[in-house]
Design a protein around this ligand. Structure first.
Ligand SMILES: Nc1ncnc2c1ncn2[C@@H]1O[C@H](COP(=O)(O)OP(=O)(O)OP(=O)(O)O)[C@@H](O)[C@H]1O
Length: 258
């Protein structure tokens, strides 16, 4: 956890956003995430989770309010600041195919750091380390489209890790992963020394990985607290259309050693 007086990793203040067709997705989101925290962003379909994520590194902009990363404002009009923000905030999208577009896995993972000016052995080392981290070193020379969905997800995570971001934002990281890949990705996320914000409908995954959760509902933060406390609040869950999977017991999860 960060010291109370430290600049937070991420600070969202009064963020409101309507899509060009007039759909109001965010109604004034306020949230602060400290350095090194792992926070889950929970909420029902259509709550605004992806819309919020798209504001964190300036993919969407032009709404009301502010987003700050390490004290630096995310401003789509300020190209220099945006470049710095994109170095600091790595977003892993829900669909890995939004992230993989080069002829080989190696080139995809090298793309971001090469853009930052890395070359030669330093670039090779960065790529190899990122691929090793997600257990995908053996597919470096294959075209991404020849990999399975779960393998592409892991490569997409590697493309972001290769940038050595301060904040890792993941949209539904456990979806479509088999149980072993799901656990391996959890081990990777736990081993990283970065701030993690994870959008997920996978409640056990949130409980396992994120000590704190935010519930986004109807475009506002409806609750913010220790994950297991929020999950033990049946009324809160019902109000925001969140359901615990059959057999999942937050009290038992709280008692389990980590
Ligand atoms: N490109 C778009 N144009 C117009 N409205 C959109 C667009 N994308 C999303 N929306 C609307 O914005 C609102 C928030 O959507 P968003 O995708 O952020 O929700 P979400 O919490 O990520 O949902 P899910 O859990 O289903 O992924 C919804 O009402 C949705 O219909």
């Amino acid at each position: 956890m960060s010291a109370p007086d430290a600049v937070p990793s991420l600070e969202v203040s009064g963020l409101a956003y309507a899509y060009p067709d007039g759909t109001q997705a965010l109604f004034g989101v306020n949230a602060v995430v400290g350095r090194g925290e792992r926070v889950a962003l929970l909420g029902p379909n259509g709550a605004g989770k992806t819309t919020l994520v798209l504001h964190l590194n300036g993919i969407l902009g032009g709404g009301l309010g502010t987003v700050r990363v390490g004290g630096l404002a995310v401003d789509a009009r300020d190209k220099k600041a945006l470049r710095e923000i994109r170095r600091r905030v790595g977003v892993v999208f829900q669909d890995p195919d939004d992230q993989l577009f080069m002829p080989t896995v190696r080139e995809d993972v090298a793309f971001g750091p090469a853009n930052l000016g890395l070359r030669g052995e330093e670039l090779d080392r960065r790529v190899a380390a990122a691929l090793e981290r997600v257990g995908m070193g053996h597919v470096a020379d294959r075209p991404p489209q020849h990999l399975s969905f779960g393998q592409r997800r892991r490569v997409a995570v590697a493309t972001v890790l290769a940038m050595e971001p301060e904040i890792l934002v993941l949209d539904e990281p456990s979806s479509n992963l088999d149980p072993a890949s799901r656990r391996e990705l959890a081990d990777v996320l736990r081993s990283l020394d970065v701030t993690v914000l994870m959008v997920t409908h996978d409640i056990p995954y949130a409980a396992e990985l994120c000590p704190r959760s935010l519930i986004l509902s109807g475009g506002v933060i409806a609750a913010d607290g220790p994950t297991l406390d929020l999950l033990a609040d049946e009324e809160l869950l019902r109000e925001h259309r969140l359901e615990l999977p059959f057999g999942f017991d937050p009290a038992a999860a709280a008692a389990r050693p980590r």
